[in-house]
Write a new protein. Structure first.
Length: 269
């Protein structure tokens, strides 16, 4: 981090509009125009024995008022065969259910291979997101009776609307694709993926960045997508599972701040 950026961050930390304190005394940045479009918490499992879809449907029991909509979750498997001719096929197999809230902003999945909870914009707070995910997980776990927890993941998908004219993506983003100066610099689209091991957490961060169609011609819309997950040394006890999610959440926040500039902070504050 440059000296100039460090000074700017200190100024931001001094601003009560940007930095807040949680009930645990932990400081975090609050953005009034947060760019988050979807937050996802995922727990993958290995079952003792194959569970029926009818059993998984019981997770909705008592939740019909909050999550009235039920749809099948499908596992899609693709297959390609090589020979005198190349052919491809795909099959879909039901592997659980998706339950959606009345306002369509919260969705949880109870599947044969795991549990997922997602919150669409507007995102409220980590505490409310985590607490609802944990409440629903505690409905899923006694029904699915998983043998092992195999993967924990947090995914946060952000959309940054950057105003035109845009001289350089580096004005807003600190991790961007680099184009050779010997090539034309005009860019109508790109997709970049970085896979960054987080050795201290036994985790992997997958960072996806791409352009998407903007809502209006005067801006450029960039998706900043963080998928942070661990598959090694995954805890099985609930208390340890949620402690690990706290660690992943703090790293996700750190990575987000590392990817944006002060100009972006001013845009979303």
């Amino acid at each position: 981090m440059s000296k100039r950026t460090s000074v700017s961050l200190k100024k931001l930390k001094a601003s009560k509009q940007v930095v807040r304190t949680s009930g645990r005394g932990e400081e975090y940045r609050h953005y009034s125009k947060a760019p988050l479009t979807e937050a996802v918490l995922d727990i993958r499992v290995e079952l003792l024995s194959e569970i029926t879809l009818q059993e998984l449907a019981k997770v909705q029991s008592g939740q019909e008022k909050q999550y009235p909509k039920k749809d099948e979750s499908l596992l899609v498997v693709g297959q390609m065969s090589m020979g005198s001719q190349v052919s491809a096929s795909a099959s879909q197999t039901p592997n659980g259910y998706r339950f959606t809230s009345q306002d369509n902003r919260q969705i949880f999945q109870a599947r044969i291979d795991g549990f997922t909870f997602s919150r669409l914009a507007p995102y409220e707070t980590w505490d409310s997101f985590r607490d609802e995910a944990r409440r629903l997980w505690e409905l899923y776990r006694p029904i699915a009776k998983p043998k092992n927890i195999t993967r924990l993941a947090l995914r946060y998908i952000n959309k940054l609307d950057l105003p035109l004219p845009l001289g350089d993506f580096k004005d807003y983003l600190r991790t961007v694709p680099e184009i050779s100066p010997d090539m034309t610099q005009g860019l109508s689209g790109y997709f970049m993926q970085l896979q960054l091991p987080q050795a201290d957490l036994d985790a992997l961060l997958v960072l996806n960045q791409t352009l998407i169609p903007p809502p209006e011609p005067s801006i450029v819309s960039v998706v900043l997508d963080f998928d942070l997950f661990c598959k090694d040394n995954v805890p099985n006890e609930d208390q340890d599972i949620w402690k690990r999610f706290e660690v992943l959440r703090k790293r996700k926040n750190k990575v987000f701040e590392a990817c944006i500039t002060d100009k972006t902070r001013r845009l979303i504050t």
